[in-house]
Design a protein around this ligand. Structure first.
Ligand SMILES: [Zn+2]
Length: 164
């Protein structure tokens, strides 16, 4: 395998493609071959345009397919961005669902508390009813409510009602 590297831009002198003098802004292939070009030395870089031309001339890839490959990188980035976006939306949906579930649980608990209160009220009402009945029983032990016909003080009326 080659020890060539693709780098963002050429750094060592002459900091450009050895073949065409371009590729200054990069990206370029760093062949990692030094050349005694300048007092500080130099590096053999090759730009994309030259590498593509060489590949086409050598018949390694048809021109159109190579163009597609060049575009494939950008396409891949776009697809990855979409995947990331969907992932984010999915996470947001999950958070919303969790929030809804929490809210439902809270309402369930409130409802349970409300049911408890109703039961307590019902029990209290039953006690009041029983107390009232007991008090009424104490006031009129045999004939129920004193509010029934006639005055409860007229004792002569009672036997009549009892016989009826
Ligand atoms: Zn070049």
């Amino acid at each position: 395998m080659s020890d060539w590297l693709q780098i963002d831009r050429p750094i060592l002198p002459p900091a450009s493609c050895i073949l065409c003098g371009g590729g200054i802004g990069g990206p370029v292939i760093d062949t990692r071959r030094d050349i005694p070009l300048l007092p500080d030395g130099g590096r053999v870089y090759a730009c994309r345009t030259c590498m593509k031309l060489g590949a086409v001339l050598f018949g390694f890839a048809p021109g159109e397919a190579l163009d597609e490959l060049h575009e494939a990188g950008a396409l891949l980035e776009a697809v990855q961005a979409q995947i990331e976006e969907h992932r984010e939306l999915h996470a947001q949906s999950e958070a919303a669902i969790a929030e809804l579930l929490a809210s439902l649980k809270e309402r369930d608990e409130e409802l349970e508390l409300a049911h408890g209160s109703v039961a307590q009220l019902q029990a209290a009402l039953n006690r009041v009813r029983e107390d009232t009945m007991a008090q009424l029983e104490a006031v009129a032990p045999v004939h129920g409510s004193p509010m029934e016909s006639g005055s409860p003080m007229e004792k002569d009326d009672y036997p009549t009602e009892e016989d009826a």
